[in-house]
Write a protein that binds this ligand. Structure first.
Ligand SMILES: [Mg+2]
Length: 181
């Protein structure tokens, strides 16, 4: 049941942040990150228990839908089945790096996810969020080497990667769930 609440809260959070995420993405890409995430999260919230992350993956579509879906699958397995979160996110991060052909320093979601997952191995969500936030903020000075951002002026330097913003919001929503239960 925790996963149901998580996906409801995540949907509400992204409804509030959609415009900001689209604007962030407009600076480095095609301006649809908030819209894409919200489309997936809307379907996830409507899906049956245990199928929410996969519903997100299908509905949001495209490469980024698959990559963010991998994170949500790990979170759903953690909340529904008690799978260890740190290990799940570390595995998701490896698969994202492999499928997306991306690594830390390329100005992507991985810059927040990799340090966050690593900090979570110690079991502390607050430490993971702090590490993910630092990674997110580091993307501002990076030049993109993957995705659409690499083709914008100076590889999008001066702008935070919207995917890394979303990763931090996933972790914050998880922490708020723990605080409430
Ligand atoms: Mg986009």
């Amino acid at each position: 049941m925790q996963a149901d609440l998580f996906f409801k809260r995540l949907l509400a959070r992204f409804e509030g942040e959609k415009a900001r995420l689209d604007a962030l993405d407009a600076a480095v890409g095609d301006g649809d990150h908030g819209t894409t995430m919200l489309r997936g999260l809307t379907r996830a919230a409507q899906a049956e228990a245990g199928r929410r992350a996969k519903a997100f993956m299908r509905a949001s579509g495209g490469a980024s839908g698959t990559l963010f879906g991998l994170i949500l699958i790990a979170i759903e397995a953690h909340l529904d089945e008690g799978a260890p979160l740190g290990a799940g996110l570390a595995t998701a991060c490896e698969r994202i790096c492999d499928l997306g052909e991306v690594k830390v320093g390329d100005k992507s979601m991985v810059d927040a996810l990799a340090p966050g997952a690593e900090a979570l191995e110690g079991g502390d969500l607050d430490a993971a969020i702090a590490a993910a936030e630092a990674g997110r903020d580091s993307t501002k000075d990076l030049r993109a080497r993957r995705g659409r951002s690499q083709y914008v002026e100076d590889g999008g330097r001066g702008h935070i990667d919207p995917g890394s913003v979303s990763v931090v919001m996933f972790l914050e929503t998880l922490r708020d769930l723990g605080a409430a239960s």
